[in-house]
Design a binder for this molecule. Structure first.
Ligand code: NAI
Length: 348
């Protein structure tokens, strides 16, 4: 039966309420960049998962808040998890510093890296963030090669292929590297709820393709509630889902991108992965190495099971508007998969 502390948190997790299999804390989770804008609330939500026994909060030593401080703070929540902070030197290879942090981890979530700043090109963002991700992913390959590694740092469309290729080269399973696109699903669900007046808890819009601009492709025809929205309203809803990140960036007026909704979405993803590991296969759309289309990396519905990615589902039935959008999304995703072209944007 569920413990009282989980019942207290249950409303928070209603969309992915764990089954009875969550009654014992068994998993270790690491958040890299855990002292950042996304990292802190994401660490909090993962520390509140009843199936988590330990959370590592890793960040660089000059982070705005010391990781040990985030850990001390979250260590007082009335949940079973123990929270431990790790401050690292960015000039020293992660593989030399992250052994204790990563050893035994089942799930690693990586929001470590820069959001774009004025004067920075998109390629600067890719270069800096791919380097940060590479350090962490190399350490994962060494200390927790069986863990699912959720890539949140942008540009997801390019960082995931680079990190999955790195795993392949080391003889590891490239499907351990998973791009987290759950925020696009969360946004689509909420916008559909607003338009239809239905509860977001009853809406689950698959979002396929990738995680930037037109590569973000909500499939409104596949959810029974969003399928009732009249066709003339779909293009604007589609566009709003694609531009959700920009809505937040503009409202924050230069002070950051989506952090709280991303933390929620990262926890939605993480909790589903852990639920699968605990024995209840659970679905979420995610950006992975794929044979669903002719693109090497693509987001579609994925079933997470005991060891992570268990099945990657086909795109499913599309209406004619969506057929057109899929072509557009594929064209653009291909550009992201195969080049570091100027089309790229940070897509937060
Ligand atoms: P932030 O700047 O608030 O936090 C990033 C954290 O990473 C900082 O605490 C920084 O010290 C840390 N960091 C830098 N180098 C590190 C290293 N080598 N090891 C460990 N930590 C390191 O940024 P925010 O807002 O949390 O965003 C993080 C990333 O997530 C950005 O790249 C952003 O574009 C991306 N993002 C992705 C979304 C998605 O849907 N996948 C949505 C929103 C943001």
């Amino acid at each position: 039966s569920l413990s009282r502390s989980f019942q207290r948190a249950a409303p928070l997790f209603s969309r992915y309420a764990p089954a009875a299999s969550f009654s014992t804390a068994q998993f270790k989770v690491c958040i890299n960049g855990g002292a950042g804008g996304i990292g802190q609330p994401l660490t909090m939500l993962m520390a509140m998962n009843e199936s988590v026994k330990e959370v590592s909060v890793q960040d660089v030593s000059m982070a705005a808040v010391p990781p040990a401080g985030v850990a001390a703070d979250l260590g007082h929540l009335e949940f079973p998890s123990k929270v431990v902070g790790y401050a690292t030197d960015p000039k020293v290879p992660a593989t030399e510093q992250l052994e204790a942090c990563l050893t035994g981890c089942n799930l690693v979530l990586i929001p470590a890296g820069m959001p774009r700043k004025p004067g920075m090109t998109r390629d600067d963002l890719f270069n800096i963030n791919a380097d940060i991700a590479k350090g962490v992913v190399e350490a994962c390959a060494k200390f927790c090669p069986e863990a699912v590694v959720g890539i949140i740092v942008n540009p997801v469309n390019s960082i995931v292929p680079a990190m999955a290729e790195l795993y392949k080269k080391k003889g590891l399973d490239p499907l351990k590297i998973v791009g987290v696109t759950s925020l696009d699903i969360v946004r689509a669900n909420k916008f559909v709820a607003e338009i239809t007046g239905k509860s977001p808890a009853d809406i689950e819009v698959p979002v396929i393709g990738g995680h930037a601009g037109v590569t973000i492709m909500p499939v409104f025809s596949q959810d029974p509630i969003s399928a009732t929205i009249s066709a003339d309203k779909i293009p604007a809803l589609d566009k709003r889902t694609q531009d959700g990140g920009t809505e937040v960036v503009e409202a924050k007026a230069g002070k950051g991108s989506a952090t709280l909704s991303m933390a929620y979405s990262g926890a939605r993803f993480g909790n589903k992965v852990l639920k699968g590991m605990a024995g209840t296969p659970t679905d979420e759309c995610a950006y992975v190495a794929s044979t669903v289309t002719d693109l090497p990396y693509f987001s579609s519905k994925v079933t997470f099971g005991k060891t992570g990615v268990e099945k990657i589902h086909p795109v499913g039935a599309l209406n004619s508007y969506e057929e057109g959008r899929l072509k557009e999304a594929q064209r653009s995703t291909r550009a992201w998969n195969t080049s570091q072209g100027s089309e790229r944007n940070s897509g937060a």
